[in-house]
Design a binder for this molecule. Structure first.
Ligand code: HEM
Length: 124
């Protein structure tokens, strides 16, 4: 049976892929890069999508191992899912508002830290 540790490492792999991908996008766009000439776009997009998927699978695997999957999801899990959705929409925002690419980059890290906070402290 897949263990808590396995799902946590999968969760982290997904998070690392997502954050590195969004960071790459932000730097490229902040430097004036355009979508059409983004030669690494396929790989960067794939890291974003696969990363989010692995983070989600890892997250629900962790919930199952913690025994949280019975009944309604606790508030901190809902909050994590909302941030997960926002990170999913980040590429659209970055391409649409290239002038804000640098603040977006900082925001991505802030979202990641807030999601770590929700998992560690489970405030609600
Ligand atoms: C992509 C955004 C996410 C980030 C940056 C993130 C971050 C983290 C971090 C850093 C931890 C480690 C906490 C620890 O070791 O105590 C963690 C644990 C966890 N995360 Fe996430 N997470 C994200 C998305 C999600 C989602 C969508 C779910 C739910 C489906 C989820 C569920 C969990 C669970 C259940 C734990 C383990 C909590 C525990 O062991 O008590 N995470 N997350």
């Amino acid at each position: 049976m897949l263990s808590y540790g396995f799902y946590k490492i999968l969760h982290f792999l997904g998070i690392f892929m997502t954050i590195s991908s969004l960071s790459a996008m932000c730097i490229y766009v902040a430097d004036g890069g355009k979508k059409e000439t983004f030669r690494s776009r396929k790989m960067v997009s794939a890291f974003h999508g696969i990363g989010l998927l692995l983070a989600l699978i890892g997250g629900f695997g962790l919930l199952a191992r913690l025994g949280v999957m019975h009944g309604a999801l606790p508030g901190w899990v809902i909050a994590k899912l909302v941030i997960w959705l926002v990170l999913g929409g980040m590429p659209a925002l970055i391409w649409r508002k290239p002038g804000a690419a640098k603040p977006f980059w900082a925001l991505v890290l802030l979202f990641a830290v807030v999601n770590a906070y929700f998992a560690v402290y489970k405030p609600f």
